[in-house]
Design a protein around this ligand. Sequence first.
Ligand code: ADP
Length: 563
Amino acid sequence: MRLKTKLSIGIGFLFIAILVSGILGILSIRVMKHDARMILEDNYETLVYSNNMLQLLDMFMEDSTSVPLFEKNLKQQEANITEPGEAAATEAVRTLFEQLKRVPGNDSLLSLIRQKIYIINTANQQAILKKNHIAEMNAKNFSNWLMIIFGMLTLIAFTLAVNFPGIISEPVKALSDGIKAIVNKDYSKRIRLSQKDEFGDLAQAFNSMAEKLDEYEHSNLAKIKFEKSRIDTIINQMNDGIIGLDENRRLLFLNKVAEKLLGLKETEIMGQYAPDVALHNDLMRNLLQTEGKEKELKIYADQKESYFHLDIFNVNNNEKVIGQVIVLRNITPFHELNEAKTNFIATISHELKTPIASIKMSAQLLSDTRVGGVNKEQEELVKSINEDANRLLNITSELLNMSQVETGHIQLKIQPVLPSIIINNATNTVSTTAQQKNISLRVINNSYNEKILTDPEKTAWVLTNFLTNAIKYSPEEGEIVLTTSIEGATIRFTVQDHGRGIEDKYLPRIFDRYFKVPGTTEKPGTGLGLSISREFIEAQGGQIWVESKLGEGSTFGFSLPKQ
Ligand code: ADP
């Protein structure tokens, strides 16, 4: 039965019970009132009339007013005949009263009248007793019925009062237990309610919801397991070492390559605090010290030397870091290729140097008039051969320097040198080129007689490179200023030009290998000069920098320690 119907029946029953009790109460009061009125009207009044008539009979002879009074009472009695035999007695009183009026003082008539009045009196008294008895019986009956009905109603109300809260509270409790279980992710929870009301429907809906959640949870779990095993397989197949840490830096996983590199087994260190593992593992220590920076590592593992590029990524979830992934990318093949390339460049540059030098010498001999005369066109050709040979020599020297830098074999011959020597060396080298473009080269030497500790050849090479670039990117008839100054324990060299300048966004890459500012690619050059310059200066403990504004010119500078 529906809860709504149950509630309607309960409330309806109470309503009917109240109605029935009320009607019965009103009915019983009415019946009793009617009984009382009957006794009063029918019999009590007759007793009053008959008593009045008896008293008036006694005064009949002495008081003349008693006759009409008797007449009046008799008339009233005649109008109130209710009991059996009362009519005959009243009629006899009337006949005898009429005779007495004709012969007043007749004692036998008086006594006969009295007898008849007594009959009326007795009949009414008996009727009062009988009606009173009936009224009592009626009252008793009503009281019994009322008691029975009240008893029944109390019993039913008590049963309802005991059972009704349970009808509502039990399913509500079962439902609230079920919801709590779902909140705690216990999707196996079901509610068993046998009733077929709204609560039964609610329980059924709850069970379907829990079933769906259970299915979803299981299918998700299976999916997650499947995805995990797929990712595990991919990670283990990779040629790179991968290490996973949680947000508390505990080890979550290592792939096979990482196991080999660290010399540790995943099962042995899983869940351990990484800095604890680092205490007895050099590589792990090295990895943890890197802290987000990129780095190249040479690792000896599996009986061979390999190169790895280290990357550390933060794993984020809703902008919160929930772990880290350390990736050791195996770059050994690139290293090997690079090494082969460097060796190849070094060999070729070295091999080219001798024939180029001999071409240059032959060209110089040709232009020497002592060897023989040449005509004007031949002289131009020889000049061009000379310039090209110089350019080729510069390129081969750059490439040789580069291979030295790449193999980490920069050989420095450090000695105390006057800055003027380096300045002269560099300015002499570039003077012809500067003259060709009518560029004036101003030197402001503020280093006085202080010496720097440097490899003069390499530093002159750097300064020459700065000046060559300044000339290359300056307009015709421009000015280049070379300045030296003492800055604390160092001497600074700067080369300022008023050429095209460099866009801000390219400045951080200007010292990178092979980098040329887009738009300058038409100018001759390998893009190696500045990167070699940086290596040379930094290898001597110095610093190198650039300041530039597009359209206004650039200032390249370096500083080296004083003697
Ligand atoms: P390159 O041999 O090409 O000159 P560098 O390493 O010396 O190689 O220079 C790298 C790049 O920097 C150049 O290609 C050029 O784009 C830019 N550059 C160097 N010096 C200057 C300068 N003084 N003014 C403008 N751009 C410059």
